[in-house]
Design a protein around this ligand. Structure first.
Ligand code: 9MR
Length: 863
């Protein structure tokens, strides 16, 4: 039957039996043909026919006054066709004024060779069109185009149930994973851990070689077979070259015939990443022209959403029709959330907080470098205003967040609107100033209001030295917001409010209350906020504050807890110890997770590869890095660095998830104007933009199409339309900036390297033995003249003692060797001072007390 129809192009309307059985039976090639998910991707349209999904159909607002059919087009690319195979296209369409759709299936570039060229009369009454054709050539990625230009008057063209079936089943998508030798493609800090992963079926240990750029063999060793990695469902080995500390570029690791991507060993690996990751925010500012002098010609663009046609402007936004209000807000400015043009208070808050914390860390962590974030350090237009550039950047969003508050005198005064975005989802590509959709305020929510309270309170204390008046304004906004949230504690955003923008709904705001109370307490010292912190059900609950899957926009208590632990504030010593204990308890778990993970990632299990999994990893790294800042314990630092390894190439796909970093960096992230994959005249994302990462829930049409059956950490595709695996967003780049800052400071020697300074000391070790075990107490005295910080004590048991739990120290044991490090409050042993810790364990034999101890490289006397 297919052959009979192969003679020419067949055109038909509803009811015609033109389909060949082979075509009808073939696989569906159109992605998102029924628009049931409210998303428009991967459909595109020309700028004069802006399209959106409305009531489960795609509708294009086609401008009048065009001449040719191809002057206005709605289309989809990427359709694989096979020569000689028969295909059936069908769709339903309407138009508010009669228009002919030149409906083509064709080559997606010159000479636009047509395999189907139909002319369909579209009118107001919905009609279904069906066409059958046979492909005359093979196409990797043909295009379906509805050419609907040529009308004098504007019209609305709507499309639904688009289907193109036929041909053979397309080949199963196989990611190109390159070399099975997986490393951090940027590199390893000289004094940091250095490990990689090798994918192989082999079960025996294999020799590896580390070569310098000139080919010289620098080190050799053998891999450790590890069995099947659950996150990739592949058999892997690990290898470790941590002993190599010779700085250099272009190192490679070879296992058998396989060579890794090249990488560096050095201390200055992350300085550029710090500024690039922060530049992301200026690039995505709304309401201001993006200046070529700061970003280069290819990234420069006019101001978005400032009320210049076709923009409808964010300076006088009205409430969404379903929840009207009698005021408008001037909410111009702020950052676009992500690949879309939405501006969300929930998410804006955490992103601002993490940008602010990148700065605040330089005030609280020893050796952290504020200059790299200071005035003149970043590419922002406010350079030279005597305010650290990073604070200028944060202010751009703080002003938006506070502008989203309901004005005084209104019923919900002080509450913040949850979000502001387009009435319908727009297609890609689309520059911000070309967006013609109506912009609408969605109802206030408690979560958004507490985001304003927390971020503005943190902003207030950080702006205080630079602009006291602004700091006072922020504090007023914060206190007003907090009061309003207390008065309206359960205004939850609607989880189904996801048309034209993300829902960012959150049905539990206990964590937002905790975060906001903590920030207000740190800033003001007031007892009422302190009581709210201490009486929160979250306070002291490490697992709830620091969920092992990572804190996030919907789980924000960690932000408050981390700041309570790091800042000078009015908590008593024992209250502060309690907070520190939460941080180290969480960090201990995460460090163990990273150590067990065969790709070094501090993300437990297989269930946490969710939308934005890379940000979950990064937020866990922020917890670890903060624990390292607080205690100096190297195991926390090591887990941060192995997390960086994962993000930058040591992962099941052998990809660096950060643009511009690593040989195999991803670069087609979902973004409306960094859309080079769709339009060669537009750029790819600039360097330093992190992709969301693997998401095993396959929540976008491309992921659904390509990634069926993927192993969790492999559910990712570097495709612009895969918004659920490959988007960029402010709350993901913010922890990236924080971590790059931490890692660069580390490279520059901050945080200390335990063991460097030999110490003089006396150790008193006492123990109590019972049948199956023992309890020991250790007192370490600093008998020298300088403080020891952080301290690190090692010894070797003579017998079979196994430590099972410890207090007042982090104690790890490997064979008979034991390493004890401070917990949190006892990181420093002052001259003449001492620390005491203890542990319990099991033992079967004699369990003799150890006699020799080493403190930070120096031998101790025993007392
Ligand atoms: O980051 C958000 C993720 O946690 C949610 O699961 C997902 C679906 O609701 O939404 C993500 O946020 C997107 C937002 O809704 C719209 N802008 C882009 C954001 C990143 O993909």
């Amino acid at each position: 039957m297919g052959a009979a129809l192969a003679t020419g192009l067949a055109t038909g309307v509803l009811g015609m039996t033109t389909a060949s059985s082979s075509a009808a039976e073939g696989p569906e090639l159109i992605v998102n043909g029924d628009f049931s998910s409210d998303f428009i991707d991967p459909w595109w349209s020309t700028p004069n026919a802006p399209s959106a999904v409305v009531d489960g159909q795609l509708c294009a607002e086609v401008e009048g006054g065009t001449v040719n059919p191809w002057d206005a087009i709605v289309g989809q690319d990427g359709l694989p066709l096979t020569a000689g195979e028969s295909y059936e296209l069908s769709y339903t369409a309407t138009a508010t004024a009669p228009v002919t759709s030149r409906t083509n299936v064709q080559l997606a570039e010159e000479p636009w060779t047509q395999e189907l060229a139909a002319a369909d009369q579209i009118s107001q009454a919905p009609e279904t069109f069906t066409h059958v054709f046979t492909a005359s050539a093979d196409y990797e990625a043909a295009q379906l185009a509805f050419q609907i230009g040529g009308s004098d008057d504007p019209l609305t063209f709507c499309l639904d149930d688009v289907s193109l079936t036929g041909g053979a089943e397309p080949p199963v998508y196989e990611p190109d994973t390159g070399s099975p030798v997986r490393v951090n493609q940027v590199g390893y800090l000289t004094e940091g851990p250095k490990a990689g992963t090798y994918v192989t079926e082999a079960t025996e240990a294999l020799p590896w070689t580390l070569n310098a750029a000139d080919g010289t063999e620098v080190a050799t060793g053998t891999t450790t077979p590890q069995g099947v990695d659950p996150t990739s469902e592949e058999n892997v080995h690990t290898f470790d070259f941590g002993d190599v500390t010779e700085a250099g570029d272009g190192y490679t690791v070879t296992v058998g015939e396989h060579v890794s991507e090249p990488f560096a060993i050095g201390d200055d690996l992350y300085a550029d990443l710090r500024t690039d990751a922060l530049a992301y925010f200026y690039h995505n500012r709304s309401g201001i022209e993006i200046d070529a002098e700061l970003v280069g010609e290819e990234y420069a663009r006019p101001a978005g959403h400032v009320n210049v046609a076709p923009n409808q402007g964010d300076d006088g936004v009205t409430c969404w029709a379903t929840t009207p209000c009698d005021y408008t807000l001037d909410a111009a400015g702020g950052w676009y959330d992500a690949g879309d043009h939405g501006k969300y208070v929930v998410n804006g808050g955490i992103a601002t907080a993490q940008v602010l914390s990148t700065w605040e860390r330089t005030l609280t962590a020893e050796g952290a470098d504020g200059e790299a974030l200071g005035d003149g350090a970043l590419a922002v237009p406010e350079q030279g205003n005597d305010v650290p550039d990073i604070l200028d950047e944060a202010r751009w969003e703080l002003d938006f967040l506070t502008a989203m508050q309901v004005p005084a005198g209104e019923e919900l005064a002080g509450m913040a609107h949850h979000k502001l975005h387009d009435a319908a989802w727009t297609g890609l590509p689309l520059l911000p100033h070309e967006d013609s959709q109506a912009r609408e305020l969605h109802p206030p929510s408690t979560a958004a209001t507490l985001n304003v309270a927390a971020a503005a309170a943190q902003g207030a204390r950080l702006f205080e030295p630079y602009d006291a008046a602004y700091a006072a304004e922020l504090l007023t906004a914060a206190t007003t917001a907090y009061e309003a949230a207390l008065a309206n504690p359960d205004m939850l955003a609607d989880p189904n409010d996801g048309v034209g923008g993300g829902a960012y709904s959150d049905n539990n705001v206990t964590d937002e209350f905790y975060w906001a109370a903590a920030e207000l307490f740190i800033t003001t010292g007031e007892d009422t906020y302190r009581q709210d912190v201490l009486s929160s059900e979250l306070h002291g609950d490490a697992e709830a504050v620091f969920p092992p899957g990572g804190f996030s926009w919907g789980s924000t208590a960690a932000l408050g807890a981390l700041n309570l632990a790091t800042t000078d504030n009015g908590l008593t010593d024992s209250e502060r110890d309690g907070v520190l204990a939460m941080v180290t308890e969480a960090a201990d778990g995460l460090a163990a997770t990273a150590q067990d993970a065969l790709y070094g990632v501090p993300l437990a299990g297989t269930e946490n590869y969710v939308w934005g999994s890379n940000s979950q990893v990064m937020n866990n790294m922020v917890v670890l890095a903060t624990a390292h800042d607080l205690t100096g314990a190297a195991e926390y630092r090591d887990a941060v660095l192995s997390g960086l390894d994962y993000l930058l190439g040591r992962n099941p796909l052998n990809l660096s998830y950060v643009t511009g970093y690593g040989e195999r960096d991803v670069h087609n992230q979902h973004h409306r104007h960094w859309a080079n994959q769709l339009d060669a005249t537009l750029p790819n994302p600039p360097a330093g933009s992190v992709a969301g990462g693997p998401n095993s829930a396959l929540q976008d049409p491309i992921a659904e199409d390509l990634l069926q059956g993927c192993a969790p950490a492999m559910c990712y595709v570097d495709h612009i339309e895969s918004f659920a695996t490959n988007e960029v967003t402010i709350n993901w780049n913010a922890p990236l900036a924080w971590l790059a800052s931490y890692a660069d400071d580390l490279g520059a020697g901050a945080g200390g390297d335990p063991g460097e300074e030999p110490a003089t000391c006396e150790v008193t070790y006492t123990s109590h033995r019972w049948s199956a075990g023992f309890t020991s107490s250790v007192t370490v005295e600093n008998t020298g003249a300088t403080p020891i910080s952080p301290w690190e004590l090692t010894w070797t048991f003579a017998d079979d003692q196994r430590i099972t739990n410890a207090w007042n120290a982090v104690v790890t044991q490997s064979g008979q060797d034991v390493l004890a490090r401070p917990v949190n409050w006892n990181g420093t042993v002052p001259p003449g001072g001492s620390v005491n810790f203890g542990f319990q364990g099991t033992a079967s034999g004699q369990a003799a007390d150890p006699q020799a101890f080493t403190l930070n490289g120096g031998g101790c006397t025993t007392g």
